[in-house]
Ligand binder design. Structure first.
Ligand code: FAD
Length: 356
C-alpha cells in the first residue's frame, strides 16, 4: 500500500443549484419549501430519511450565510421532491429571509443531504419525541418507517399551542392511513404545561424496545434522554438532532485550514466508500481538510463541529477534536469523532466512515 504524500488542493465541488418548486405556509410562522430534483442531479441528492441540506442564503452584509434544514420529505414516499420546513426564529436572519423571500422559480445554492439522525433499520418499533420545528426530520422518518417497515410508530409532538403545530393535516392523514401502527399524541404547552419527566418516562415504558428519536429545544431533548436513561434504555437506542446556526462557511471548500503550529506529520488510514486510503496527515490540519485536499469525497457539511455530517469511527490511535458541539460523551466513548475537527494525537490513526 502506498502512502499518499502532498497532492494539489482539489476539493470536489459539492454545491448544486436547485429551483424552488413551491412554497406553502405551514403555520403563521413557518413554511414548507419544495425543490424539484432534475434528472441530472438525482444521484447528488440521494439521501436517507432524517438527513438535512445546507442552503446558502444571500446577505448584503456578509455575502451569504449557511444554514442547515432537515428534509421533511421521504425518499420512499415523495419521489424526486425535496421538502424542508422552515420556522421563523425570533430576530433570526436566514429563517426569516427564507419565509419572506422564497418563491417558486427562485434558484438557491445547496449542499447535498448529509447527517446521521437516520435509522439503520426502518423495520423496527419507533418512539419519536418532536418539539416545534424538530418535527421536520421526524416526519421524514415516520413516513419512511410506515411505508418501508412493519413496526409500531409513535409520536409525541410538543408545541406551544394549537396554532404552532406544523404538518398537522399531514400527520392526521398518516394517522388515518395507519390506524394500527401509528400513534399520535399532541402535547400542547398552552393546555398541558411543559412535558414532565413522568410523562416522558411513561411513554418510554409503554414503548419498550423502541428506537427513540428526539428533535426539538435542547431542554426537551435532555428530558427525553434523561427519562430514557432512567427507564433503562441503552444510549445506543436514543438518537437526537441538534438544530443550531452555522457560523462558518461550508461553501468555501478551498480552504485548507491550519489549526496550530506546524508540528510534523502523522499517518492516517481511512476507510471511505469501500476504499482504504493511507496518507500523510499534517498534525495541524483537520482530517477532513486533508482528505478533501487530496480529492477524496469525504462527507461533511458545517466544518465547525456543529452538525455531525463528518462523523467517523476511530479504529486505532487517537485524535483530538478542536471543537465539538454535537457529540455527547457516549458517542465519544463509542469511538465517534468529527473529521472536520480531528487532529492526530498518535503517529498512526485509523478511522472509518463506512462502519458507524
Ligand atoms: C442539522 C440541522 C437541521 C436543522 N433543521 C431545521 C429545520 O428543519 N427547520 C428549521 O426551522 N430550522 C432547522 N435548523 C436550524 C437552522 O439551521 C437555523 O439555525 C435556524 O433557521 C435559525 O437561523 P436564523 O439565521 O434565522 O437565526 P439566527 O442564526 O439566530 O440569526 C442570527 C444570526 O444571523 C446573523 N445575521 C443577522 N443579520 C444578518 C445579515 N443581514 N447577514 C448575515 N448575517 C446576519 C447574526 O449575526 C446572528 O449570528 C437546523 C439546524 C441544523 C444544524
Amino acid at each position: 500500500m502506498t502512502v499518499e504524500a502532498d497532492a494539489p488542493v482539489a476539493p470536489p465541488a459539492r454545491s448544486r443549484t436547485l429551483s424552488v418548486a413551491g412554497v406553502v405556509a405551514e403555520t403563521k410562522d413557518s413554511v414548507t419549501i419544495s425543490f424539484e430534483i432534475p434528472d441530472s442531479m438525482v444521484e447528488d441528492f440521494k439521501h436517507v430519511p432524517g438527513q438535512f441540506i445546507t442552503i446558502k442564503i444571500p446577505s448584503d452584509q456578509t455575502g451569504h450565510v449557511a444554514r442547515c434544514y432537515s428534509l421533511s420529505s421521504s425518499p420512499y414516499v415523495d419521489d424526486f421532491v425535496l421538502q424542508i420546513g422552515v420556522k421563523r426564529t425570533v430576530d433570526g436572519y436566514a429563517s426569516n429571509w427564507l419565509c419572506d423571500n422564497a418563491t417558486e422559480g427562485m434558484e438557491l445554492t445547496i449542499l447535498p443531504p448529509s447527517g446521521h439522525f437516520t435509522a439503520k433499520n426502518l423495520d423496527v418499533d419507533f418512539l419519536f419525541f418532536a418539539g416545534g420545528s424538530g418535527i421536520t426530520p421526524v416526519l421524514a422518518l415516520i413516513k419512511s418507517a410506515l411505508v418501508v417497515g412493519g413496526g409500531a410508530v409513535s409520536l409525541y409532538y410538543a408545541n406551544r399551542d394549537a396554532e404552532s403545530i406544523m404538518y398537522e393535516a399531514q400527520l392526521a392523514q398518516i394517522a388515518e392511513e395507519f390506524p394500527e401502527r401509528f400513534t399520535l399524541v399532541h402535547w400542547l404547552e398552552s393546555e398541558m404545561g411543559i412535558p414532565s419527566a413522568a410523562v416522558v418516562e411513561s411513554a418510554v415504558d409503554a414503548h419498550k424496545g423502541s428506537q427513540i428519536y428526539t428533535c426539538g429545544p435542547g431542554a426537551f431533548m435532555d428530558l427525553v434522554e434523561k427519562s430514557a436513561e432512567s427507564r433503562g434504555v441503552d444510549h445506543s437506542a436514543v438518537h437526537r438532532e441538534v438544530f443550531q446556526s452555522l457560523t462558518g462557511d461550508p461553501f468555501d471548500t478551498a480552504t485548507l485550514r491550519r489549526l496550530g503550529d506546524d508540528d510534523g506529520v502523522a499517518t492516517a488510514t481511512v476507510y471511505l466508500d469501500g476504499e482504504c486510503i493511507t496518507m500523510e496527515w499534517p498534525r495541524n490540519t483537520p482530517l477532513l481538510d486533508v482528505l478533501l485536499s487530496k480529492g477524496h469525497n469525504a462527507p461533511y457539511s458545517c466544518r465547525e463541529g456543529a452538525c455531525s455530517a463528518c462523523v467517523c469511527k476511530l479504529v486505532e490511535g487517537d485524535v483530538d477534536m478542536v471543537q465539538n458541539n454535537i457529540l455527547v460523551e457516549d458517542d465519544i466513548a463509542d469511538g465517534e469523532r468529527l473529521a472536520c475537527q480531528a487532529l492526530p494525537l498518535t503517529d498512526a490513526v485509523t478511522v472509518s466512515f463506512d462502519d458507524l
